[in-house]
Design a protein around this ligand. Structure first.
Ligand code: CP3
Length: 348
């Protein structure tokens, strides 16, 4: 897929740090509950059912692009879907977020996690969604595939739900490093295969979500996470542009860059220009407006957006995004105004 005309898409050019007519923008979690169209579909099917129905997953993915006018689509799925073929059951409680009923907390439980998955077969509904979305988009904008990093995935598998302190996760890390590494290796192999299968199906870029990595110090990141994440980027081997997202601890950005990613996606806790200095100007940068800035006044949101654009300084390789996912209390009108503002103000 690497030499087709879609390589001219603004988003893909920015990933490669090529000159672009305007700064591309998309929003993490751009398909979701803040949209009436999404709510209407969700009133008829539960969240996992939506993810597993390619026709509907395609529709919500493309609806977000059409409503916002963004420069990239992101596959509608969830980072936790891969737990099922790994043998770790999960469910979403209405309004409560993910739950794993039998958390993976010791060597015996880690032994029971699958050694290998066949991503194309086990997650066939994801691959079918990717193919449909590509067909439906018909080259208008690029399609981003994604997966969780092994740390963020393991944090759910071990804690059994979202966590503030990652107590069980870190207890395993600090008490049985062999078991921790065994779990990281199983998850990393599955994640790499899953991302490569999405690329085979037509994903034109992939993002690795390390949403909870900010819970770690740099030293612990390097020891317990870095080698595994590096292996995932090596397994993708430059087939498509890669985005490496982390949030919560800006000190991690140099190590994350070293682990891999053509583009590093950063949060609002650090100025974008400082983050880019840490990442290095031989990589792209994605971010980094505070998602709550969408909730305030329009003038305030534009001021936040302008600050991000000013800090990027019109340099090639900036992809505008939020520092984390769009919040469910956002409105489509306000999000669309942000997209239009970034396009207009960054036109060169
Ligand atoms: O960006 C997109 O539009 C694509 C869809 C997408 C979803 N989840 C849809 C979703 C993506 C990229 C994700 C990734 C994801 N899932 C992450 C990493 C991104 C991040 O925000 O850090 C994480 C940590 C998850 C796990 C997860 N899934 C959580 C914590 C929740 C929220 C639970 C809640 O009720 O608030 C989900 C559910 C989820 N994933 C929803 C959506 C639209 C809401 C489910 C619903 O419709 O009820």
């Amino acid at each position: 897929m690497s030499a087709e005309p879609s390589d001219d898409l603004v988003f893909l050019k920015a990933c490669r740090r090529e000159p672009v007519p305007h700064t591309p923008i998309w929003l993490m979690r751009q398909a979701g509950r803040y949209q009436a169209s999404y709510q209407a579909i969700r009133s008829k099917v539960d969240f996992v059912g939506l993810c597993k129905t390619p026709e509907l997953a395609c529709q919500v993915t493309v609806d977000a692009v059409d409503q916002l006018g963004v420069d990239a689509a992101i596959l509608f799925a969830d980072i936790l879907l891969i737990l099922e073929p790994l043998g770790i059951g999960f469910r979403f409680e209405a309004g409560e977020g993910p739950r794993i009923d039998a958390p993976v907390r010791d060597a015996a439980a880690i032994d029971r996690v699958a050694d290998e998955i066949d991503a194309a077969a086990d997650l066939h509904y994801v691959m079918e969604a990717v193919r449909r979305i590509r067909r439906e988009l018909d080259g208008r904008v690029a399609l981003i595939g994604f997966a969780a990093s092994p740390f963020t995935l393991a944090s759910y598998a071990i804690e059994g739900q979202g966590s503030r302190d990652y107590r069980h996760c870190k207890t395993l890390m600090y008490s049985d490093e062999g078991a921790w590494n065994a779990l990281m290796e199983k998850m990393s192999r599955a994640i790499a295969g899953y991302l490569n299968a999405q690329i085979d199906a037509g994903a034109q870029a992939v993002q690795l979500f390390d949403s909870w990595v900010g819970a770690l110090s740099v030293a612990d990141y390097r020891r317990y996470v870095f080698p595994h994440v590096k292996g995932i980027f090596e397994a993708i081997g430059g087939r498509v542009p890669t985005i490496h997202f982390g949030q919560g601890n800006p000190e991690l950005y140099p190590a994350m860059r070293e682990a891999g990613g053509d583009v590093i996606s950063v949060d609002w806790r650090i100025r974008l220009d400082k983050a880019w200095d840490l990442v290095g100007h031989d990589r792209g940068i994605q971010g980094n407006m505070d998602p709550t800035a969408i909730l305030g006044s329009r003038e305030n949101m534009f001021a936040h957006a302008q600050a991000v654009l000013d800090q990027a300084g019109g340099r090639d390789g900036h992809i505008f995004n939020l520092g984390h996912g769009i919040l469910r209390w956002s409105t489509v009108e306000q999000a669309k105004a942000l997209v239009d503002y970034v396009h207009e103000q960054s036109a060169r």
